[in-house]
Ligand binder design. Sequence first.
Ligand code: COA
Length: 260
Amino acid sequence: MTYQNILSEVKEQILYLTINRESKLNALNKATLAELADVVKKAQTDPEVSAILLTGSGAKAFVAGADISEFKDFNGAEGEALAREGQTTVFDAIEQSVKPVVAAINGFALGGGLELAMACHIRIASENAKLGLPEVSLGLLPGYGGTQRLTQLVGKGRAIEMIVTAEMISATQAEKIGLLNYVVAPEFLIIKAEEIINKIKLRAPLAVAGAIRAVNASLKEGVNGFDVEIAEFGKCFNTKDFMEGTSAFIEKRKPVFEGR
Ligand code: COA
């Protein structure tokens, strides 16, 4: 698949993904979502990729939402299909990525844009970013997991307030309520994201993947997260990286992990 709406480049084991529809404030149309689904899926088995850094083109927007022009004539069944397909192929896929995904929010993160950032594992925003779920002002509600992930991240009271008022909040407010990990000046946004990714890159990849699966399990209905943690913990003991990590500790040297 060749990409028309996203830029994708691997440098030093980091997959830099940029949503590249600047003139539409990087709104997520069908083609962009298909490209994102494809690139995230391929990254899972790409040995050159250790982590993903996701951002938007330009200085104004990360992503200003799903592309409103594409669904304005949809009926109920089409709307439901849109949400289901997007959630499965993109938003859940990002959340379940075994390569950590860091969102670098460089401006507006609205509707599907905030939902995309919330599906990522870590969120950093520049000071100028504005975040919100404005769907009820369009006669809709969030359909790409926003009602669930916002509630998980900030609690029910704050989530309902943000969703039903449709108000945007500043990056500083978002950091205060736990929606963002960090807020930085725009010129440090990518640097901060790289700094975090570079720390992760030093760790054992299979352990990182297991940790993501175990944390995700804590919020999955019908799944016992403690059992998933026990299983993932056990799996680590069969890895070469476990032997390397413990040997390096005892030998007082830095471990060199191979991801096996
Ligand atoms: N879907 C489709 N197009 C969008 C879009 C979206 N979600 N968000 C922005 N755009 C387009 C605009 O239509 C405009 O295109 P045009 O130049 O061809 O007319 C272009 O991006 C620039 O947006 P504009 O509204 O002119 O910029 P602004 O600075 O005046 O306002 C926002 C910025 C983010 C406040 C405003 O674009 C907005 O409210 N967007 C929609 C946000 C939203 O409701 N998202 C949830 C969707 S479910």
